[in-house]
Design a protein around this ligand. Sequence first.
Ligand code: GLN
Length: 484
Amino acid sequence: MINSSLKQFGQMLAKKEISSVEMTQTFLNRIQQYNPSINAFITLDADKTLAQAKLADARIAAGTAAPLTGIPIAQKDIFCAKGWRTTCGSKMLETFKAPYDAHVISQFDAEGAVNLGKTNMDEFAMGSSNETSFFGGVKNPWDFDRVPGGSSGGSAAAVAARLCAAATGTDTGGSIRQPASLCGFTGLKPTYGLVSRYGMIAFASSLDQAGPMAKSAEDCALMLDVMAGFDERDSTSLNRPKELYTRDLNMALKGLRIGLPREYFSEGLDANVAKVIEAAIAEYKKLGAEIVDISLPNSQLSIPVYYVLAPAEASSNLSRYDGVRYGHRAAQYDDLMDMYMKSRAEGFGAEVKRRILIGTYVLSAGYYDAYYLKAQQIRRLIADDFVQAFKKCDIIMGPTAPSTAFKAGEKADDPVAMYLQDVYTIATNLAGLPGMSIPAGFSNGLPVGLQIMGNYFDEARMLGVAHAYQQVTDWHQKAPEGIL
Ligand code: GLN
């Protein structure tokens, strides 16, 4: 059962082959069995979870079920969920209980989906390996010595190890797609503004976007149907008509122009990963797609630009954690300033402090023009590259990450090596474009993800393009042995 698609889960519930309570209990049992070693979940609350499942069963019995009613979904611990501890992976919020629901959480609630628990993540979503979490690292279910990627590492491991039916994540520079690549499943970062950030703990507000993490494109489409939509509580939420993201799942690929950015296939890409990506592209050719050579000339600037802008925004967003209103407060201090300093020194981990330092520096009066403003200008050039590229192609493809899952600890002392994990994903965040990663094969037994990037609001087509591939391959159905 645990390997089923969301549609199949829904059918089982509709036909009363299983109740939501039973389905939920099956996943809770798996979590109990595997979470002590994988560490995918930070907070579990079986009573709350099962109460939701009971409500879902009543709704199913009443004949008013929605597509995801009764299905257990894991939620990244960056989303405030009323009454649930919401930590964002930080000691700063170790005991914080959210007093309200994030938009994403209330959307799943309205759907009647079951909240299975809150998943582990890099502290304040800063990282590419889940190693910056205050609650410890997460194991990659394919190889327990390796990282699951980050920052949505807990959701990633939970999907890969089949500890949930699907999960949510957030992606500021790659945090849905890179873990999807490293753990072998399908993840989508929507167009900026498509999913409300209300109640989603802020890292870099102009880049943060929530999205689905699931086994297949079809599952992601069903999740996005629930997550997307206008919300007046987020001023960057876009007011556009609600779409059905499953609508293009059966599209034909004949004549589809796939752009391959030269810069994504050069130095820095692991040779075995490149082979897997080339094989996937060959499969698309067989399906009738045309391959177009494109260039994203400023893409090599996306990492430096991101590591000016994201820390700048983070340093501002994280100033709210002062030990006064909520969050960690030092036990002993001399005066107000000392309380701020001790509370923040104790509450934040090393990577978060590094970002606050960089962010404060690039925003300071003497350096603002040289760094922050310059980075904003280059951000525009990076976005313009895509505008030019989409004149020549409909979809862009390339690798999601430069390598497969790396060993825990391997890059922990080298921030720049860690930052390079997102070399292929960050540009889309800077441009506000949607991107996804789908399983495309293996290199030395470890999953490799193919990245699919689309134009603004082209999620339905991207999902259709991914689905077509998943109809003729079965990479997305592979799960780590020994865990099923
Ligand atoms: N790895 C990137 C960072 O550390 C991206 C994280 C994210 O997308 N949340 O900032």
